[in-house]
Design a protein around this ligand. Structure first.
Ligand code: NAI
Length: 490
């Protein structure tokens, strides 16, 4: 028997946020769930008060002492200087897995009436680290950071999710035909972990064709695991084709904290008009109740929702002449669900949640960095450096002629490229110009300590020779395997 109330944090958010949150908490209050709600404030008004992250300090304390955060959408101000609050929450709370179920229902107009899939998106890495630089007048850069340990964690989460939720297949989406190292490690780790789950079917798609198939034949997918940016894009595709962006909820899960939200945004176009569909946030609440160990209340709410929907009581976004009987506003929809608490759907299968997904919480608290090296010794050897120059005084041969006399000792100029395409030695492609050049210098010799000294000397020589380096990348071998890619045409 439950003896104490489970503390939950809620944030009413912006736009339609407050009205859908009121509707959802109203429904919750009729289930006698043993929860204690603590409200936090964040979002637009905090941005306007000068909090660039959109969240005041006090809110963190509440989030951290409660068992989960139910968050309405927030409006992210456009323009520089503002950080996305969603990214801040995910990163600060270590919410590494974003779980987004997308299912179609017979009462919602869709071209894909049998789709029922779950996207498991890596939530902390990739281009979303937001590490960007302008290196020259012309060239901007965003760093894509992918770690083997985070790949292991998210891929294992996806397979564990499949096992616990009786799913049959986990599909990996990546672009490792182009990004051989970053997407390559994601795919490699996926292949390694997939063999540990022989009862779950596994397959891989290049993200382009995978997304095309998802948009046209979503019913062929079950669980999809992918990295942060691809996951963000494909989950909107999936939510949209299931019928309405207003239906889907999502969970952001970490080892210590969890956050639940609708997939849609704050919909300022319909805010304050009692028009919004609260179902996405209601599904987020259902996921949260299961997560905190209240599967019975989650079951009750979900079945009452199904019953309401199959009776044709619909908000405007999904109202249609074929299956709707009544067009209702946000509040009236919530009242209709409350009226059906305790009832089961008549034509759709009823749902039944068990406490199982809690196992997902048992994932390692920090991504382990074991197994990162492939060989026995994990030998890391510095063998050279890529130097990026901001330079506009000629072509590739001129640059090579300028650099070669500056070289001493063991570092040799191997090639020059422009955005990955080799332009020296050999025939330079037509119209090579620009202000951003990469020069690869490789080193002969075994002495590890002298390698760094050679590189420092090289950079000094380039500087004294009047060349402006804007970025460098060390070139390593890991157990004699290349820790860098070759240039196109090398
Ligand atoms: P949006 O999802 O807010 O709206 C897109 C369209 O879907 C609009 O026509 C809207 O009326 C409709 N819609 C969305 N939710 C609905 C619901 N529950 N019921 C009925 N119709 C619904 O996307 P948009 O316009 O791109 O973004 C608006 C704001 O929301 C932006 O500031 C954006 O940054 C923010 N946003 C916040 C998110 C979050 O807090 N997790 C996620 C996505 C966007």
């Amino acid at each position: 028997m439950q003896t104490s109330h489970i503390p939950l944090a809620v944030a009413y958010g912006d736009g339609i946020g407050p009205e859908i949150m009121e509707a959802v908490l109203d429904i919750l209050s009729y289930t006698q769930a043993p929860v204690r709600i603590e409200t936090i404030e964040l979002g637009e008004k905090y941005y306007q008060r000068g909090y660039s992250s959109g969240i005041p300090k006090e809110a963190w304390g509440i989030i951290k002492r409660t068992e989960g955060l139910l968050k309405s959408p927030i409006t992210t101000p456009q323009g520089k200087g503002y950080k996305s609050l969603n990214v801040t929450l995910r990163r600060t709370l270590g919410l590494y897995a974003n779980v987004r179920p997308c299912k179609s229902y017979p009462f919602v107009d869709t071209k894909h009436p049998t789709m029922d899939l779950v996207i498991v998106r890596e939530n902390e890495e990739d281009l979303y680290a937001g590490i960007e630089h302008r290196q020259t007048a012309n060239v901007y850069q965003c760093l894509k950071l992918i770690s083997r340990s985070a790949c292991e964690r998210i891929v294992r989460y996806a397979f564990e999710y499949a096992v616990q939720n009786n799913r049959k297949k986990v599909t990996c989406f990546s672009k490792d035909n182009i990004m051989k190292m970053t997407d390559g490690i994601f795919h490699k780790v996926y292949d390694e972990i997939a063999v540990e789950y022989p009862s779950i079917k596994s397959e891989h798609y290049i993200i382009d064709i995978g997304t095309a198939r998802l948009a046209t034949r979503p019913e062929i997918f079950d669980v999809i695991v992918t990295s942060n940016l691809y996951g963000d894009i494909i989950s909107d595709v999936a939510a949209e084709i299931s019928g309405s962006v207003g239906l889907a909820g999502s969970a952001n899960i970490g080892p210590n904290y969890a956050m639940f939200e609708a997939v849609h945004g704050s919909a300022p176009d319909i805010a304050g008009q009692n028009m919004a569909n609260p179902s996405g946030l209601l599904h987020a609440l259902i996921m949260m109740l299961v997560h905190v160990g209240l599967p019975q209340q989650a079951t009750t709410i979900h079945n009452a929702w199904l019953r309401t929907m199959e009776e044709g009581i619909h908000t405007g976004d999904i109202y249609n002449a074929k299956t709707s009987t009544q067009k209702v506003g946000t509040k009236e929809f919530a009242q209709a669900v409350i009226k059906r608490i305790g009832q089961l759907p008549q034509t759709l299968p009823a749902v039944h949640y068990e406490d199982a997904p809690k196992r997902a919480k048992e994932a390692p608290t920090t991504p382990g960095i074991t197994n990162v090296c492939t060989g026995p010794s994990c030998a890391k050897k510095l063998v050279g450096i890529d130097v990026f120059l901001d330079w506009q005084q000629g072509g590739p041969a001129d640059l090579a002629n300028m650099v070669t006399p500056l070289l001493k000792d063991r570092l040799k100029l191997q090639f020059i490229d422009v955005k990955g395409l080799m332009v020296w030695p050999g025939e330079a492609p037509d119209n090579v110009n620009g202000d951003h050049w990469r020069l690869r210098f490789v080193r002969e010799g075994e002495d590890k300590h002298a390698a760094t000294a050679d590189i420092l000397q090289l950079l000094n020589s380039l500087h004294e020779g009047g060349l402006e380096f804007v970025k460098t990348e060390h070139l390593y071998l890991f157990d004699d395997e290349l820790g860098f890619t070759l240039a196109q045409g090398e």
